[in-house]
Design a protein around this ligand. Structure first.
Ligand SMILES: [Zn+2]
Length: 416
């Protein structure tokens, strides 16, 4: 039997058609979750699924999917292997992020269907709702994974009004969102093709990145508290300058990561000075700190190192310090089974590959406790992402889709 492979032109036509929804005219797309343009893109997706006679499904979280039934389909015994990504975008985003994974997943199912490949499990190509978080973030996959709680929907990061408007447009309800959890026994795994959104593959001249883990993220608000004084008449020695402490901490955070945590990153994305004036010594500075690490050990140690350093800098500048913990997503290792399926598929196709940690969050992390999850990355030219400059060579997109197809066959027990 000749090896199955995806139809490049057909996938390209889908990719280009999807990029028209919310096109910004310069290569980008504006397709925030559950916006009119996003819903139009989803109606188009549904048409593509039904056009080839596949079963279309939608759940209470709005997740759209194509469902390819196994011949020995008998719920709930027959497991389902999920493949997919997301069709929503960040505001003024790129046309590859998420969209590539969705059209590739759809193409994988079409190839299996038209070749009458009978697998021992069902295959389902997913378009998860609100991966990007213009409303909540990883919304559809958290709902499927059973992490979503009513309180998460009360204070969505995109604001309650935008969330309610999106639900109304899509005909969804909060109750529906909270009732789509799938039992672990029904899932065989989740595989996703995505663009790298960085430049490690290009620099290493590799075709495919096999994701080993999705980083964990922690966030704090740190308030350095000093004393407002006249900026001209107070001597340097007498000041309790919150700006000095906050700035010293920010630079120290960089040094700590560079020196002791080579696989991690830390970011101070915001500093708010009060009262905030040319001629007033800053009385307080609120620092928005976020850091990411690929393993539990590293995130615990980095957390400790950064917080201890913040205390030290506060003391050094004679300041008070208030520490507000804002939340933690634990690092998510990808399944060994999925990583091996991807590596074997690459080897078989003659494609080079390398292990990579994902510095961005993805839907796979919502499902990792339920089933083996895995992801591959294809090269992002110049590492650009969340921007109209996002670009991946089409041959790399096709390579990624073929690896996805072969890995799905392996995971579904139908290795070619
Ligand atoms: Zn994405």
């Amino acid at each position: 039997m000749t090896k199955l492979s995806i139809n490049s032109e057909r996938m390209r036509a889908d990719f280009d058609a999807l990029a028209q929804f919310g096109s910004t005219g310069d290569g980008g797309v504006q397709r925030p979750s559950l916006s009119e343009t996003h819903l139009a893109a989803r109606r188009w997706l549904r048409e593509q699924i039904e056009k080839v006679g596949m079963e279309f499904r939608i759940d209470g979280a709005g997740n759209h999917s194509a469902f390819l039934k196994s011949p020995n389909y008998q719920l709930p015994i027959t497991k389902t292997l999920l493949v997919g990504s997301h069709t929503d975008s960040v505001p003024y985003g790129g046309r590859f992020d998420g969209a590539l994974g969705v059209v590739a997943a759809l193409e994988v199912l079409r190839v299996l269907k038209e070749n009458n490949i009978e697998l021992s499990m069902n295959l389902e190509a997913m378009d998860f709702t609100d991966e990007e978080g213009t409303l909540v973030g990883l919304l559809g996959s958290s709902a499927v994974g059973g992490h979503l709680r009513a309180e998460h929907l009360q204070k969505p990061r995109g604001g309650r009004d935008a969330f309610e408007a999106g639900l109304a447009r899509a005909g969804l309800t909060e109750q529906g969102m909270l009732s789509v959890e799938r039992p672990a026994r029904s899932l065989a795994g989740y595989l996703e093709l995505h663009i790298e959104q960085g430049n490690r593959l290009i620099n290493a001249q590799k075709n495919i990145g096999i994701v080993t883990a999705i980083v964990g993220i922690m966030a704090y608000r740190l308030k350095f508290i000093g004393r407002a004084d006249h900026a001209g008449t107070t001597s340097m020695q007498d000041r309790r300058d919150a700006g000095q402490g906050a700035s010293a901490f920010t630079l120290a955070a960089r040094e700590i990561v560079l020196k002791d945590f080579p696989r991690c990153v830390a970011n101070v994305g915001k500093m708010e000075f009060a009262p905030g004036g040319f001629n007033i010594v800053p009385a307080s500075v609120v620092v928005s700190l976020e850091f990411r690490a690929p393993s539990d050990d590293e995130i615990v140690q980095l957390d400790h190192a950064l917080i201890e350093r913040a205390k030290l800098e506060a003391e050094r500048f004679n300041l008070g310090l208030e520490i507000e913990f804002l939340g933690k997503h634990s690092p998510t290792p990808m399944s060994q089974v999925a990583q091996k399926a991807f590596a074997d598929a690459c080897d078989e196709l003659g494609l080079s590959h390398m292990p990579l940690v994902s510095g961005a969050g993805h839907d796979a992390q919502s499902l990792a406790h339920l089933c083996p999850v895995g992801m591959i990355f294809v090269p992002s030219v110049n590492g650009a992402s969340h921007s109209p400059r996002e670009f991946t060579e089409w041959c790399d997109c096709v390579n990624g889709a073929n690896v996805l197809l072969q890995a799905a066959l392996r995971m579904a027990g139908g290795a070619a």
